[in-house]
Design a protein around this ligand. Structure first.
Ligand code: PHE
Length: 337
């Protein structure tokens, strides 16, 4: 009997030793030590033994049981450790792997033009101003020398939200706001921003577009100062070989007023001119309303169409491309980070 028990035990010990997984080990444990397991079966045979043999054999079975339990516990510890090590190994982060690349956006071409001109004007000592897009009629028109019944209001079809408030039709109201803020002190500012006019959208018109307003007020300012700044600006934007041309025009807030064209070389080699902005000497009424004595101070002002500049600079054929967020269009302006 004891021999059989020993053979059984060593065979089970062998199995335990060979177990590769915790599951396999558990199955071995149940088969050997479970209620209906091998050792339980062996215990059943006790009854067939003589009273002298029983305690000896019983003791042998208990020892075998203990040996098996110890062996299983040790093996279990070992397998658990192995599993932990494997998990750690599998979960290790390989810091040498290349990272995930995020697609990089681009600066919108209109923003590129604005930032470029901001740099240019800041270099000439201008400050950058901001103003509300929902503007009071008072600033948008009246402070700009356009009283309620002024016929020139018709030049700018407008979006009113009530009797007094409208989406600004130009960035010029910022002139008035800047003047009142400086309380009669000389100033030079630019203001980039969105403006709105009631218009049917087509390749050259948009009900919303952008302008950069410029205003300089000081003593001894003349039309020559204006021309000089605008020529520098045109050359900065389009190249040193460019020239500008001033044509008489009309704006209620400037006198005299001009339309400014920039030169370009036509296909046939001759020189052509394209309009890029409106400008003029600040009207005395506007200076007065802004708190400046027109006998002491003079100013010039200009309003650049940002889309117009971008269209000319990059050869764009439809103004609506700027607003439709088509990546095939936008990805072509990767120049600036
Ligand atoms: N505000 C004018 C416009 O939108 C442009 C302009 C600005 C003209 C400043 C003269 C001086 O058409």
């Amino acid at each position: 009997m004891t021999d059989t028990l020993q053979a059984l035990t060593s065979s089970i010990l062998g199995e335990i030793n060979d177990a590769k997984t915790l599951d396999a080990l558990e199955q071995i444990r149940v088969r050997a030590l479970g209620k209906k397991g091998t050792l339980a079966g062996v215990m059943q045979t006790l009854r067939t033994l003589s009273p002298e043999e029983r305690p000896v054999f019983g003791q042998a079975v208990n020892n075998a049981k203990e040996d098996l339990e110890n062996a299983i516990r040790e093996k279990k510890d070992m397998l658990e450790k192995e599993k932990l090590m494997k998990n750690l190994e599998d979960g290790r982060i390989d810091v040498t792997l290349p990272g995930v690349r995020f697609p990089k956006g681009t600066v919108h071409p209109l923003t590129q033009v604005i930032e470029d001109l901001e740099d240019f004007f800041v270099g000439l000592g201008y400050e950058i101003e901001d103003g509300p897009e929902l503007e009071n009629d008072h600033y948008n028109f009246e402070m700009m020398n356009l009283s309620k019944d002024h016929p020139a209001r018709a030049m700018q079809d407008s979006f009113y939200t009530d009797e007094t408030m409208l989406l600004r039709t130009h960035t010029s109201p910022v002139q008035a706001r800047a003047m009142l803020k400086r309380k009669g002190q000389p100033l030079r500012i630019i203001c980039p921003g969105k403006v709105y006019r009631r218009d049917d959208d087509d390749p050259t018109h948009s009900h919303q577009f952008m302008q950069i307003e410029g205003l300089l007020i000081d003593q001894g300012v003349s039309m020559a100062s204006l021309r000089d700044v605008l020529k520098q600006m045109a050359r900065h934007l389009f190249g040193e070989d460019r020239d500008i041309r001033l044509r008489p025009s009309y704006f209620p807030f400037t006198e005299p007023s001009v339309e400014v064209d920039v030169s370009y070389v036509k296909k046939d080699g001759t020189t052509g001119y394209i309009e890029i902005l409106g400008a003029g000497m600040v009207h005395p009424n506007v200076l007065k309303m802004g708190g400046y004595d027109p006998d002491v101070y003079r100013g010039f002002a200009f309003g650049v169409g940002v889309e117009r500049i971008a269209i000319l600079k990059y050869g764009i054929d439809d103004i609506r491309h700027f607003y439709t967020n088509d990546l095939r269009f936008l990805n072509q302006f990767k120049g600036v980070e």
